[in-house]
Design a protein around this ligand. Sequence first.
Ligand SMILES: Cc1ncc(COP(=O)(O)O)c(C=O)c1O
Length: 396
Amino acid sequence: MTEDRKQTSALGMNTQLVRAGYDPFDYHGFINPPPVRASTVLFPSAEAMDTHAQKYTYGTRGTPTTNALCEALNELEGAAGTILVPSGLAAVTIAFLAYLSPGDHALVVDSVYGPTRHFCETMLARFGVEAEFYDAMAGADIEKLFRPNTKLVHTEAPGSNTFEMQDIPAIVEVAHRQGAVVTMDNTWATPLYFRPLDFGVDISIQAVTKYPAGHSDILMGTVSANAEHWPRLKETNGALGICGAPDDAYQVLRGLRTMGVRLERHQESALVIARWLEGRDEVGRVLHPALPSSPGHDLWKRDFKGASGIFSFVLKVEHKKDYKRKAQAFLNGLKLFGLGYSWGGFPSLALHVNLFDRKIISPPAGGPVLRLQIGLEDVQDLIADLEGGFAAAAMA
Ligand SMILES: Cc1ncc(COP(=O)(O)O)c(C=O)c1O
């Protein structure tokens, strides 16, 4: 890529999304990169093979297609380097494996993505790493939890399912003073609405399965590192041999080109629905950091440039014994919202959140917590569908 084409950082984020990572004149002017599938890469001579004197050497070490996505993410994240892995969960686990060793202690936010918690409690424990869960609202108070062997602090903001915000700069300040690396699962905001590395985070993790891919059909994770932590991440990735597939990388890069406009719509419709829910008698609380009623709202307003389309609400139910029945009646009353997990695609989704694995943060009181991913449908149709859910829950 020519130098003048690389100089895009002064451009707006949507312009970067459209251009980042690939110069069409690197490949005959075609606007998208070719999907290069490869295990074997040939060398022109024994000498070149001996010294690996060429950009591509082996399929697991990258192809022009995966490299285009890595370059795009480096630009969007402000990172020194990015690796691709086959899922968002793998992106978190590989980051932990890169920076933790037996005998280490890690601080992991209690509102973390559930399978990340599972990894900590099973594999990390088996490899002699102790993960301790901390309150998402701890901020600088996290310092009390540091031990001499604390090597990593994992953040996720807002948190999974209950959407607590975190004071990322305060946590970074403490962690760096104590010599720990800071990782962040930034899947909710994407670098469009929050750039972790600009706030001092060392490692930015995304399940690009969600908004970047955007069509509910691709699984991929990315880990982007600052200059200090890139060599270790790259080395770990090479040692484990876990890599992203070129066809998936092609689709994620394609998704990035339109992510700005899609996220704008997700954000706008989700806020219309969140505000509408706040006015409903059947709703106890709406858990969405862009609402002033949310406890983390000030942090969101201070640090984030926008909100994506996933949030939760508490369905008011008097007795705990009725929570599940009422939640299921609500979900069964929906016709447009699908009942499914992986969010960030075009369709709206709903589910009943399970919060029983929390160690520190108590689940919101007053009823079951229902999570909504607001898709790209017309918002009035979604509101009518939710009215159907409330009617069904009332009848149950
Ligand atoms: C916050 C967060 N991080 C990571 C993941 C994992 O992504 P994947 O489904 O690609 O493994 C998810 C999936 O729902 C998620 O919500």
